[in-house]
Design a binder for this molecule. Structure first.
Ligand SMILES: Cc1cc2nc3c(=O)[nH]c(=O)nc-3n(C[C@H](O)[C@H](O)[C@H](O)COP(=O)(O)O)c2cc1C
Length: 423
């Protein structure tokens, strides 16, 4: 049984406003406007860069810290050919790309119990968690100056890659350096993000034309060092944060491969936040006192959480993430029921990475159930809330659970020419 662990002080270095903007601008300068790659150049890319991007992805938040993901990194031409045959991608980038990465979701965990018997462990919010991890991975690739296309995560890849039964492909990337791009229309962020306050002086802060070019790449090891400092914070200060800094962070979504099936609503109104807190605590009280299973209680124990959710009113802003069904654009790659959750979760990951670089703190909170948010915020039936993200500065003396992330060797299998066999 999991034990409640001691908490440790949050390592947070408060910056000046100027430094916060500089941090975000620096991050955004390396995110170019997302376009499909038409062809990859044959430049050599050291495998360590990809491995560091996977390490960065492995720092992402997950339901009850279960980290229900694994990655397969392929450069072996034989395996690549097998993948290409299965995925039957219309683009040629899979053939040309020096690397293919498959991100897999672990539908459930497999552990040994105290008597040594192998048992299945239920995973909580695996789609949301793996999607956010995918968003972290995409951001790490962008920051390192790499380009990618996405391909259909067909189920048959599991057997080609010899994956265990509990895993299924979630996202497939061809990765390299582009030398030709497809044209793409700019997606209008204003249609996907709404604020309950006026932004700027009537001019939408996010609408500045995003660049097709990106700034000089950051070493992927340095990016890993920056993103690994992110922690979920549950004790917020009530201090205001600069609203333009928050709104600017949304520009990171221009770099997303998903330009539909998601929505973010940003709430600052005290009354609305209080209503959300009341309702969330009502649901959470029922959950913690009546509905919680022993298994769920056990996985939550190391986090020391309870039904009280002061962060919903203490944090100056709440960002509510929605998946949007019946709104799947023509360019959607999944073209199936998974598109909305993948799109909204990946975009959550990209947004969280941006907010972290603005030196802001967050929590990925999933009140259970949370559909009440749709009605409270007057959203239509096809919008389903997936996460509530309070954003602000941490409270003085803020502490976080003393938990760790899986080492790279536990989440990554590499299939390179020299290795051939899964390692
Ligand atoms: C999809 C998802 C749902 C989560 N739900 C909650 C939640 O309802 N309450 C909470 O306190 N933390 C929640 N978390 C935060 C995780 O517990 C946290 O990410 C994990 O323990 C790892 O800690 P870290 O993010 O500080 O690295 C959630 C995280 C994810 C990705």
């Amino acid at each position: 049984m999991a034990a409640e662990k001691e908490k440790i002080p949050l390592k947070f270095h408060r910056m000046s406003g100027v430094e916060q903007y500089a941090g975000l601008d620096d991050f955004l300068s390396r995110l170019h406007f997302r376009r499909e790659v038409k062809s990859f150049s044959n430049s050599e890319i050291p495998i360590e860069i990809i491995k560091n991007a996977i390490k960065a992805a492995g720092t992402s938040p997950s339901g009850a810290n279960q980290q229900p993901w694994s990655f397969v990194l392929v450069s072996d031409p034989k395996v690549k050919t097998q993948i290409i045959n299965e995925v039957r991608s219309e683009t040629r980038t899979l053939e040309q790309a020096p690397y293919i990465v498959v991100l897999l979701k672990q539908k459930y965990g497999v552990e040994k119990n105290d008597s040594g018997k192998t048992i299945k462990v239920k995973h909580y919010y695996p789609n949301e968690s793996v999607g956010i991890c995918g968003g972290f991975f995409i951001t790490a690739l962008n920051q390192a100056g790499l380009h990618y296309n996405l391909h259909k995560p067909v189920k048959s890849l599991s057997s080609i890659l010899q994956r265990p039964e509990n895993e299924e492909p979630f996202m497939v990337f061809s990765i390299g350096i582009a030398d030709e791009w497809e044209d793409k229309k700019l997606h209008n962020l204003q249609d996907f993000v709404s604020f309950d306050f006026e932004i700027g002086s009537g001019k939408f802060e996010m609408s500045a034309e995003p660049s097709h070019e990106s700034g000089p790449a950051l070493s992927s090891a340095d990016y890993y060092d920056r993103i690994k400092k992110r922690r979920n914070v549950r004790d917020f200060s009530q201090e205001e944060i600069p609203a333009p800094l928050l709104t600017k962070a949304f520009r990171a979504l221009y770099s997303s491969p998903f330009s539909d099936s998601y929505r973010f609503a940003v709430i600052s109104n005290e009354e609305t936040k209080a209503l959300i807190r009341d309702k969330a605590e009502e649901e959470e009280k029922k959950f913690y006192e009546e509905k919680i299973t022993n298994e769920w209680r056990d996985v939550l124990k190391p986090l020391g959480t309870n039904w009280e959710k002061a962060h919903l009113t203490d944090a100056p802003y709440l960002i509510i993430g929605f998946k949007v069904t019946n709104d799947i654009g023509q360019e959607s790659m999944f073209m199936d029921k998974n598109q909305p959750i993948v799109s909204s979760a990946v975009n959550t990951g990209i947004l969280m990475s941006a907010l972290h670089h603005a030196n802001l703190c967050m929590l990925t909170h999933t009140p259970s159930p949370m559909v009440f948010l749709r009605d409270l915020l007057h959203r239509p039936k096809n919008e389903v809330p997936i996460v509530v993200i309070p954003v602000g500065y941490p409270a003085d003396q803020c502490q976080v659970p003393n938990i760790s992330k899986k080492p790279l060797k536990d989440i990554l299998t590499t299939l390179t020419e020299s290795e051939g066999e899964p390692s």
